[in-house]
Ligand binder design. Structure first.
Ligand code: GSH
Length: 215
């Protein structure tokens, strides 16, 4: 039975799992959810994921929440040793730091802007914008002298962050002059053979944000 993914494509965290699965050639049983209708708050879903977030993976009864955990699980379970999640402890330490950067810094900083937007609050406070720009500055440094986020080959850190960064760019535009490393990295990521897994959801996300800003 294919692992079941509870998902909503507009969510960057979901798209990182779609990218990982496509990169590894894993077929997922996709269960689409509409969070605007509170489908993540029904008791059945809360039983699976008390944090009521998407994505949630159910692999034959093993329930995993948080995209970063799901991505690393998919590699370990279905493609152990794959270069997306190298076993070398030094490479993995850097990679994990960048996954935690996505999880603990960039993604939540973007959410502090997105959440009020979803609640029809159009004025974005300058300090929230500055926080996201600061996260871009960190990312720009990570990419100094290397092609990918955790070194010179593609890893899960790229798949997580590309989904977040391309979404964040819709809200807080990435200045090409200030962030040439990030812009170059995005261009390289778009050439990955499985990048299409980010595209449809990103388009939906773009339309959603444009709609909210122009409402
Ligand atoms: N760190 C989590 C973040 C997931 C997350 O915040 N998902 C949002 C949608 S993008 C969500 O489900 N929000 C609904 C809620 O918090 O109730 C991950 O990587 O999976």
């Amino acid at each position: 039975m294919a692992p079941r993914l509870y998902m909503m494509e507009t969510c960057p965290a979901v798209r990182s799992v779609l990218l990982t699965a496509k990169a590894l050639g894993i077929t997922l049983d996709l269960v689409r959810m509409d969070l605007s209708k509170g489908e993540n708050l029904i008791p059945e879903y809360l039983k699976l994921n008390p944090q009521h977030t998407v994505p949630t993976l159910d692999d034959d009864g093993l329930v995993i929440t948080d995209s970063h955990s799901i991505d690393s699980y998919l590699v370990e379970k279905y493609a152990s040793g794959n270069s997306l999640y190298p076993k070398d402890p030094c490479q993995r330490a850097i990679l994990n730091q960048r996954l935690y950067f996505d999880s603990g810094v960039l993604f939540p900083r973007m959410l502090t802007i997105l959440k009020p937007l979803l609640q029809k609050e159009k004025d974005i406070p300058n300090e929230k914008l500055a926080d996201v720009i600061e996260a871009y500055e960190f990312l720009e440094k990570f990419l100094e002298d290397q092609q990918w986020i955790a070194g010179n080959s593609v890893t899960l850190a790229d798949l997580s962050l590309i989904a977040t960064v391309t979404s964040s760019d819709v809200i807080v535009s990435i200045d090409e002059k200030k962030f040439p490393n990030i812009v170059g990295w995005i261009k390289r990521a778009k050439d990955l053979p499985y990048y299409s897994a980010n595209e449809a959801g990103l388009d939906m996300f773009r339309n959603l944000v444009k709609g909210l800003l122009n409402a």
